[in-house]
Design a binder for this molecule. Structure first.
Ligand code: SF4
Length: 84
């Protein structure tokens, strides 16, 4: 990710230990041109720690839960439709 805004930054800045550190990292991510790819990489690889794609650890867990719920709902809908 050559265009990453965090390129050259101290890696520790994206693995903060408190909320202020998270907000600071998220500010950098806000204007990053590879933000979407970065977030999807972290989600696909179940990366639990750090700020990726502008999302904190908690936000990524929330996104994964929501996607799982949507997927389960779609599968239930397909299964229900095929039984008719
Ligand atoms: S979105 Fe990803 S690549 Fe871009 S600055 Fe944030 S952590 Fe770095």
């Amino acid at each position: 990710m050559l265009d990453a805004k965090c390129r050259g930054a101290a890696p520790a800045a994206f693995f903060p230990s408190d909320g202020l550190g998270v907000e600071s990292a998220q500010r950098v991510c806000t204007t990053c041109p590879v933000r979407v790819e970065c977030l999807e990489y972290a989600l696909a690889n179940r990366i639990e720690h750090g700020v990726w794609g502008g999302a904190s650890e908690r936000e990524r867990r929330r996104i994964l839960r929501r996607r799982r719920g949507e997927r389960d709902g779609q599968q239930a809908g397909v299964a229900g439709a095929s039984r008719r």
